[in-house]
Design a protein around this ligand. Structure first.
Ligand SMILES: Cc1cc2nc3c(=O)[nH]c(=O)nc-3n(C[C@H](O)[C@H](O)[C@H](O)COP(=O)(O)OP(=O)(O)OC[C@H]3O[C@@H](n4cnc5c(N)ncnc54)[C@H](O)[C@@H]3O)c2cc1C
Ligand code: SF4
Length: 501
């Protein structure tokens, strides 16, 4: 029986982040462990609501009140079991999820403080890692059926684990030199140290999953061959087609790059050098793409932009501006626009924002300014208003507001346009829709025997959705292969986040 008064006795508290002057000298995670005392106190705030709205916020169907109570009572082994019953990788979501469950928590009603659900989650996940809770669980008997998973991000990995544990022979194909998808070279170590990814990969390998890296499906191996060698194929290739701005004057100047070029280069250097201060980050052709000593302008307001900001601080940027087209969001939920328990439009500040840099809202880039040698030296911006009509965006520039910001390095973090156009699509007989995503039938098939999940199906989204879709697609593949019993399917392809409009 949970403590019904816990939230009256304890305020919401999170562990203190590592001090800024210390943490920007390395690439280690920003949050230290919370410690058992704090986390049991925070779990005590959960009321075990009759209708736990936190469940509606999370596509995984996490049993949040159950594991909160198990942590409150110090029953860690059972908490580990309960958490893993619905989530293959809680150490990723616990660290990285924006936590729609917390936005939906009943304690958040009326602007109050929700339970620290994801902090409890990450502490359980880390307790599992420390205490043998991640021991491999190989299938008792093989089914003799085989599945190819293309793409090793959270969607592909979740599906691979589910299918391997059901007895199918699973091979994960990844074009990169290492597995993990965006968890590996997209998301910086200060948000997710790669030892967490490596530990899970070791668990999957011990459960029988085979990893083939450096294999670009559709180029190095054809779809035809994959289909001949496997009974089913899951495409989990992500949504990595970065949006660009080719019409902006000066886009072709040196020093103007896609944000992912910067993040991948930086993460590769960190991976090569451990947690110490890494060498200069460069593009694959050797061109430096490092913020050291530079004025950096980051264009965009989401996760990718915030990650570029944290990387720029650690590389030793001289100064950083982060530009957003939209006005500064409210600091608290606007209950009319986004009523509880939906995900609210509010100002989201990441740890990177307290490390430095200046955010500039309601501005649009007019030109990337040339220094006369083909290298960018500035960004000319103007204040704008944005109006949305018929799903389209219209900008009005406010006259007389133009100004120039210094810029030696400009990073475009303005979103993604779906999955990349690549040979694999035509070879498997699938196409990108108007959003650049690949549609799935209700049984997750995009073509006969070819399933799709994660960002490739949903468009650029969240890790929690990738895991949920990977689990659901695995359930569909298991049924397609005539597997015994059913695997859990937390979402169907049409499922959308909780919304009021
Ligand atoms: C910079 C950045 C930061 C983010 N931060 C967060 C965060 O903090 N929290 C959060 O919840 N979400 C975050 N996201 C979103 C999250 O990372 C994605 O939603 C998630 O990784 C999608 O998982 P996925 O498995 O569908 O695809 P991905 O992780 O994109 O993996 C797809 C994989 O497929 C491989 N691939 C593609 N084509 C082929 C082919 N033909 N052959 C072989 N392999 C192929 C790719 O190399 C890649 O490794 C972030 C995204 C970015 C870009
Ligand atoms: S909504 Fe909040 S208080 Fe209620 S069960 Fe979920 S986490 Fe606990």
């Amino acid at each position: 029986m949970p403590d019904p008064n816990g939230f009256l006795r304890y305020d919401r508290r999170l562990p203190a982040r590592r001090p800024v002057p210390v943490r920007i000298l390395d690439w280690r995670e920003v949050y230290p462990p919370a410690g058992e005392e704090l986390i049991r106190e925070q779990a005590t705030r959960c009321m075990d609501c009759g209708i736990p709205f936190c469940h509606d916020g999370c596509p995984l169907g996490n049993r949040i009140p159950d594991w909160n109570d198990l942590v409150r009572t110090g029953n860690w082994d059972a908490a580990v079991e309960s958490l893993h019953a619905t989530n293959n990788f809680p150490e990723f979501t616990g660290r990285l999820c924006p936590a729609p469950c917390e936005a939906a928590c009943v304690l958040g009603l009326g602007g109050q403080q929700p339970v620290t659900i994801k902090q409890v989650e990450v502490e359980i996940a880390d307790a599992a890692a420390a205490g043998g809770g991640l021991d491999p669980r190989p299938a008792p008997a093989p089914t003799g059926r085989s599945v190819a998973v293309v793409g090793s991000g959270p969607a592909g990995l979740a599906a691979a684990q589910q299918l391997a544990r059901a007895g199918h022979r699973v091979t994960v194909y990844e074009r990169d030199d290492a597995t993990g998808g965006l968890l590996r070279y997209g998301i910086p170590d200060f948000k997710l140290e790669k030892r967490h990814v490596d530990r899970r990969l070791a668990q999957l390998a011990a459960e029988g999953v085979e990893f083939r890296t450096g294999v670009h499906v559709g180029v190095d191996v054809t779809a035809e061959r994959l289909r001949a060698e496997h009974d089913a194929v899951l495409l989990a290739c992500g949504a990595l087609q970065g949006r660009d701005t080719p019409e902006t004057p000066g886009r072709a100047l040196r020093g103007v790059h896609q944000a992912m070029s910067h993040l991948v280069a930086a993460n590769r250097v960190v991976a090569a050098s451990g947690a110490g201060r890494p060498a200069l980050a460069t593009l694959p052709d050797g061109t430096p793409i490092d913020a050291a000593g530079k004025h950096v302008v980051i264009i965009g307001g989401g996760d990718t932009a915030a990650d570029c900001l944290g990387v720029a601080h650690r590389q030793g940027a001289a100064g950083v501006h982060q530009l957003d087209l939209y006005p500064e969001p409210p600091h608290a939920r606007d209950a009319e626009r986004d009523p509880w328990p939906t995900w609210p439009w509010v100002l989201r500040s990441y740890p990177a924002h307290e490390e430095g840099g200046e955010r500039v809202f309601a501005v649009a880039v007019q030109e990337f300014v040339d220094d006369g040698t083909g290298q960018v030296k500035g960004v000319r911006i103007a204040e704008v208003t944005v109006e949305k009509r018929d799903g389209r965006r219209f900008l009005t520039v406010l006259p007389g507001t133009e100004r120039e910001l210094p810029a030696d390095l400009v990073l475009l973090a303005i979103g993604f346009e779906g999955t990349e156009e690549q040979p694999l699509l035509a070879q498997f007989g699938v196409t990108r829709n108007a959003r650049g995503a690949v549609d799935a039938r209700p049984d997750w098939q995009a073509a006969d025997g070819v399933f799709v999940a994660g960002d490739m199906h949903r468009g650029a989204s969240l890790i929690v959705w990738a895991i949920a879709e990977g689990r659901a697609a695995a359930a569909a593949i298991h049924a397609y292969l005539g597997g015994v019993g059913e695997l859990p399917a937390p979402v169907d392809p049409a499922r959308q986040p909780l919304a009021a409009r």
